[in-house]
Ligand binder design. Structure first.
Ligand code: FAD
Ligand code: UDP
Length: 377
C-alpha cells in the first residue's frame, strides 16, 4: 500500500538516537521530520558556550567505545581529541583516584604491589560474606570490599539514586573498572575522546539538511503529528506514549548549577566526585579540561541529583524490580506496533551510553531497511 503522507518518518526527539536514525533514513532517500520539545536539538549531549568554553548542559559526556565501526562513524562528523577521563574522588577532604586502581589502593592502605592490594581486598570481601550478589551493595562489597564501599561508593550511590544501595540493581556498579595497575583511565574501551569544538558539531553534522521543529511536544498535538508520517520513531518516555496505563516508570532527575570563576584553572581536573552523603551534589565538572582549554576564565558545574517528577527531565531510568516489571508490559505493546519504532534511553528504559544508543539506532535502521545488520551491540 502506498501512503500519501508528507514524511516517511516523524522522529520524536533530537537526541543521538533521533539524529542517527534521521541521518541514516535521509541517506536512504526518505523524508524525515524531527520534533523536539526542548529549545535546541542534540538531547542530553547538547553544549552551550560560556566564556568561550563548551559547557555540557546536561552533565559531563565522555565518548568511549570498543567498537571501531562506531568510533569511525562519529569521527566522520567531527574529529575527536585524546581526552581520557580520570575523575578524582573527594571523600571528606581526602582525594582518591578513580576508577578503583593501584593508585586508589595505595591512597587507602599504602599497599604498593598488586599482590598486597589483592590480599587486602580479598580479606575484606571474605569478611562481607556475600555468596551471590543480589544488589548493588552486595555486588560492590564482593568486588572491592568494605573500605572502598564505605568511602567511595555508598554515599555517592545513595545520593545519586535516592534510595539505599540494597534496593539498586547490581549491574550499575559493574560499569566501573577495578584494576591492579596504576592506571586512572575511567574506561576500559579502546577508543575515547571529546569532539573537538563540542558535541553540537556531531549532532549538527548528523542533522544536516534535515527539518527539525523545536519547542514542539509530540503529546500536545499527537494526532496531527501521527497523520503527517507513515512511520513514527519515538525516543521519549514510553509510559507516556501509552498514557501510563500500566503505571508510571520512575526516573532520577538532576539539577545543574553552572558558575563562572575568574581564574584559569579552579579544580585541576574535569571531574571531581564527592562521595560522601552529606555534600548534596555528586560531582563538579570543569568543562575546559575536556578540550584542554586555556581561556582566561573557567566554568564549573555542580550536579545535584533530584527526585523526578513529571515536569522535570528524566535523566536516568531506575532499573529496579518494580520498574523493570512495568517496562516489560509497555515493551510488549511496543513490539506489536506496526508504524512506531521505539529507541534511545527513554523509550527503551535502558541505562545506555552514547555509543550504545548510536549502535542501537544503526541496528534499527538496518532491520527496518532489511539490510544486513552490523553487530555493534
Ligand atoms: P536524549 O538525549 O534524552 O534525547 C531525547 C530527546 O527527546 C530529548 O531532546 C527530549 O527533549 C526529546 N523528547 C522527549 N519526549 C519528547 C516529546 N514528548 N516530544 C518531543 N520531544 C521529546 N553517555 C556516554 O557515553 N558517556 C558519558 O560520559 C555520559 N554521561 C552522561 C551524563 C549524564 C548526566 C546523563 C544523564 C547521561 C550521560 N550519558 C553518557 C548518556 C547519554 O546522554 C545518552 O546515552 C544519550 O544522550 C541518549 O540519547 P537519546 O537520543 O536516547 O536520548
Ligand atoms: N559510583 C560510585 N562512586 C563514584 C562513581 C560512581 O559509587 O565515585 C557508582 C554510582 O552508583 C554510579 C555508578 O557507579 O551511579 C555508575 O557511575 P558512572 O560514573 O558510570 O555514572 P554516570 O556517569 O552514568 O552518572
Amino acid at each position: 500500500m502506498i501512503e500519501d503522507k508528507e514524511y516517511d518518518f516523524l522522529i520524536v526527539g533530537s537526541g543521538l538516537y533521533g539524529c542517527v536514525f534521521a541521518h541514516e533514513a535521509t541517506k536512504r532517500g526518505k523524508r524525515c521530520l524531527i520534533i523536539d520539545k526542548r529549545a535546541h536539538s542534540g538531547g542530553n549531549v547538547y553544549c552551550e558556550k560560556m566564556e568561550d568554553i563548551n559547557v555540557h548542559q546536561y552533565g559531563a559526556h565522555i565518548f568511549h567505545t570498543n567498537d571501531k565501526g562506531i568510533w569511525d562513524y562519529v569521527n566522520n562528523f567531527v574529529e575527536f581529541n585524546r581526552y581520557t577521563n580520570s575523575p578524582v574522588a573527594n571523600y571528606k577532604g581526602t582525594l582518591y583516584n578513580l576508577p578503583f586502581n593501584m593508585n586508589t589502593f595505595y591512597q587507602l592502605w599504602k599497599v604498593q604491589t598488586p599482590a598486597e592490594a589483592k590480599e587486602k581486598i580479598q580479606s575484606q570481601v571474605e569478611e562481607s560474606m556475600v555468596a551471590v550478589p543480589a544488589n548493588l551493595r552486595e555486588q560492590a562489597l564482593s568486588l572491592v570490599g568494605t573500605d572502598i564501599y564505605d568511602k567511595l561508593i555508598k554515599g555517592y550511590t545513595e545520593k545519586q539514586w535516592g534510595r539505599p544501595a540494597e534496593q539498586l540493581p547490581a549491574f550499575i556498579i559493574k560499569r566501573l573498572p577495578v584494576r591492579f595497575t596504576f592506571d586512572n583511565n575511567y574506561f576500559d574501551d579502546k577508543y575515547q575522546g571529546i569532539p573537538i569544538g563540542g558535541y553540537n558539531k556531531l549532532t549538527e553534522g548528523l542533522l544536516k539538511g534535515i527539518e527539525v521543529k523545536l519547542e514542539t511536544d509530540y503529546f500536545a498535538e499527537r494526532e496531527k503529528w501521527d497523520s503527517l508520517a507513515s512511520q513514527i520513531v519515538f525516543t521519549g518516555n514510553i509510559d507516556q506514549f501509552y498514557n501510563y496505563r500500566f503505571g508510571r516508570l520512575e526516573y532520577r532527575s538532576l539539577r545543574f548549577e553552572h558558575q563562572v570563576y575568574n581564574t584559569v584553572n579552579l579544580q585541576g581536573n574535569a571531574v571531581i566526585n564527592y562521595t560522601e552523603r552529606e555534600i548534596p551534589y555528586t560531582r563538579t565538572i570543569e568543562h575546559k579540561h575536556f578540550e584542554f582549554g586555556n581561556q582566561p576564565k573557567t566554568v564549573v558545574t555542580k550536579e545535584y541529583p533530584e527526585e523526578w517528577t513529571p515536569e522535570k527531565e528524566a535523566y536516568y531510568p531506575i532499573n529496579d524490580e518494580r520498574n523493570t516489571k512495568i517496562f516489560k508490559e509497555y515493551n510488549k505493546l511496543a513490539k506489536q506496533e506496526q508504524h512506531t519504532l521505539f529507541g534511545g534511553r527513554l523509550a527503551t528504559y535502558k541505562y545506555y551510553d552514547m555509543h550504545q544508543v548510536i549502535a542501537s539506532a544503526l541496528h534499527a535502521v538496518a532491520v527496518h531497511f532489511k539490510e544486513q545488520p552490523i553487530n555493534h551491540l
